[in-house]
Write a protein that binds this ligand. Structure first.
Ligand SMILES: Nc1ncnc2c1ncn2[C@@H]1O[C@H](COP(=O)(O)OP(=O)(O)OP(=O)(O)O)[C@@H](O)[C@H]1O
Ligand SMILES: [Mg+2]
Length: 261
């Protein structure tokens, strides 16, 4: 996985600023971005957008709903809580409607939970609706704007997650000036379903647009990496598919060029 100090990371500060400025202008409080698999969405969101948002004074929450597609409610509540009051996470769940001590089961806990606690994830997902509302209330107290980034957001379009989606939508509706939301996904069709079906909770809630793909600059920057054998990458800059293979590093980039879209 890439890290902020990853020497191979190609930073995209202008793109991050463009999204933040869009929110600052106030024209919309939410946006939906789609691109095919392996096009650099998550890397950009985590390593460019989130740091830029924090620098601009936002609290920044990120969750990838593919980490656990069965329990998006917990993932969302946990992500918001981690951004607004990271130390109170264990107590937060204890204070919810379903007392944590009564929950049972041995499933693995999502990131951020005390690993010594054994909880039934299905039971916790039932607590997810009040958990999301409580997490949003905690965000209200933070006195800072929050950027909520929901990666693989199309998971919320599944019928079994309708209650969570409704709850999230209701909570976000009344906090548009304070909470900006970026939905991202690799399935354009599923994201469109989420925002264009009139019965769906997020109907018409965010404009959906393509995520700008890495282009020639990325390939050129990769080729300039010192000490690397990147002939194939140089060729990639000329190929319509924009495939950049960095040999000798066991690292392969699959990127689309803007011209290929
Ligand atoms: N800005 C970047 N700089 C360097 N490498 C990148 C960059 N963006 C993407 N990559 C490379 O491409 C890989 C795929 O990127 P990423 O996981 O962000 O794609 P994705 O669009 O989120 O894919 P998926 O839809 O499968 O989640 C990364 O693991 C990394 O190796
Ligand atoms: Mg991704």
């Amino acid at each position: 996985m890439s890290t902020p100090t990853d020497p191979w990371h190609f930073p995209r500060p202008e793109l991050a600023q463009a999204y933040l400025q869009g929110f600052d202008l106030g024209l919309t409080s939410a946006r939906g971005l789609f691109a095919r698999r392996r096009m650099g969405k998550s890397e950009f969101l985590k390593h460019d957008l989130l740091p830029a948002a924090r620098k601009a004074g936002y609290l920044a929450a990120y969750t990838n709903l593919w980490d656990d597609t069965e329990h998006p409610g917990q993932a969302l509540a946990t992500a918001i809580l981690l951004a607004v009051q990271p130390k109170g996470l264990g107590r937060f769940w204890e204070e919810l409607n379903t007392p944590i001590g009564k929950l049972k089961g041995g499933a693995k806990l999502p990131l951020g939970f005390d690993a010594s606690m054994e909880l039934d994830l299905a039971a916790k997902e039932k607590a997810a609706v009040p958990a999301i509302q409580a997490a949003l209330q905690a965000a209200d107290k933070a006195n800072k704007r929050l950027l909520l980034v929901i990666d693989e957001a199309q998971v919320l379009a599944a019928p079994q997650h309708k209650a969570v989606a409704h709850s999230l939508r209701a909570g976000l509706d009344i906090r548009k000036p304070a909470i900006k939301v970026l939905f991202a996904g690799s399935s354009e069709a599923a994201l469109r379903e989420m925002f264009s079906r009139s019965a769906a909770p997020f109907y018409n809630w965010a404009p959906l647009e393509p995520f700008p793909l890495l282009g020639r600059e990325f390939v050129e920057a990769t080729v300039r990496q010192p000490g690397q054998r990147c002939q194939a990458a140089a060729e990639a800059g000329r190929c319509a598919e924009g495939l950049c293979r960095v040999e000798g590093d066991a690292r392969v980039f699959f990127v689309g060029t803007s011209s290929a879209t």
